[in-house]
Design a protein around this ligand. Structure first.
Ligand SMILES: Nc1ncnc2c1ncn2[C@@H]1O[C@H](COP(=O)(O)OP(=O)(O)OP(=O)(O)O)[C@@H](O)[C@H]1O
Length: 314
């Protein structure tokens, strides 16, 4: 097993003039796991990753690789492999790009060929990067990050531009790398893109931490939801009203009711007590994307309220 350091963020913050891009961010990214760093566009993910990689200087707090900042590692590129927004020289071939970068992290030409094969770009090794699709550039970005065989990987939106097969491939790759003991941090603005890849999730909105837990911990926040159908729909409607249950529109073509926040056992018991015949009673799998949106929306609303209160006080 690879002995990888964790990533530790302590009260990290960044202000660009009037924009507070990141604020008081503290969390740890554990080795041996894939951690999804999630937040909507503009929430501060890239700025955070850039601070982690010593590319942007924090206004407050610090970001550590193990026990020290990235820039203070003896050979930073050998410890942390990073793929931020791919900025390749369009005139270089894929192999040329890797061979130009290799000396900086002490990688051999043989290793360049090896990583090209690992990411499935070996057939296009001699093609100019300028003609690559976004998906191929993403693969080349990952190859660059893997060049030094680093124990830590930091990837900004690596699934962006990949087709479903590419996403599946990326998933296998990241799971394999974490399985070897590496620390793997991947950002995304869509939970669904990384939901089947990550062990842990860190959610930010407007530069602040909203949630950090295992994926199961996030799923536990999900409200139950039950689909119920009766041959006496008007009685079912009356029962729902009587219980004060919230409903949402049932799927198209369905004649039943989707009850929010109540599990199937409670709906079934209430129907039984009312002597109401049911033809369907089903727990609906909760969509983690909904949980994610809800967390982000709530955080954004709270932030707006605070801003309004501050304006009133001022
Ligand atoms: N160099 C900069 N100068 C001024 N403002 C910046 C700079 N970099 C980022 N910002 C601002 O900081 C905020 C966070 O941006 P950031 O790019 O970190 O978000 P993000 O979560 O990575 O977004 P996306 O998913 O769109 O890439 C945004 O309001 C952005 O406009």
């Amino acid at each position: 097993m690879i002995d990888a350091p964790p990533l530790v963020l302590q009260g990290l913050g960044k202000r660009f003039g009037a924009v507070q891009a990141v604020q008081d961010l503290s969390f740890t990214v554990a080795p041996g796991r894939v951690t999804g760093f999630l937040g909507p566009n503009g929430s501060g993910k890239t700025t955070t990753l850039r601070m982690l990689l010593g590319l942007t200087r924090p206004t407050t707090g610090r970001a550590l690789v193990g026990d020290r900042p990235y820039a203070e590692l003896p050979v930073p590129g050998a410890v942390v492999g990073a793929a931020l927004e791919p900025g390749f020289h369009p005139g270089r071939t894929a192999r040329g790009h890797l061979e130009a970068w290799a000396p900086q992290v002490g990688a051999s030409r043989a290793r360049c060929r090896e990583v090209l094969a690992m990411v499935g770009v070996d057939q296009s090794a001699e093609r100019r990067v300028g003609g690559f699709s976004l998906g191929m550039r993403q693969r080349l970005g990952l190859a660059t990050a893997l060049l030094a065989d680093p124990p830590v990987l930091v990837l900004d939106e690596p699934a962006n531009g990949l087709d479903p097969e590419g996403i599946k491939w990326l998933r296998g790759m990241l799971r394999h790398l974490a399985g070897e003991g590496r620390t793997v941090l991947v950002s995304s603005h869509v939970l669904g893109e990384v939901q089947h890849t990550v062990d842990d999730v860190v959610v930010i909105a407007q530069g602040r931490l909203v949630h950090a837990s295992s994926l199961e911990g996030l799923a536990a926040l999900a409200e139950p939801r039950t689909y119920v159908e009766s041959p006496a729909p008007e009685r079912l409607t009356a029962l729902v009203a009587e219980q004060g249950w919230a409903t949402s529109p049932a799927p198209r073509g369905a004649t039943g009711v989707l009850v929010e926040g109540v599990d199937a056992a409670r709906v079934g018991a209430a129907a039984h007590a009312a002597g109401l015949e049911l033809h369907q009673l089903a727990s609906q799998g909760t969509d983690l994307e909904d949980v994610f949106f809800h967390l982000v929306e709530t955080a954004q609303q709270q932030e707006q309220q605070q801003d309004q209160q501050q304006e009133v006080v001022a």
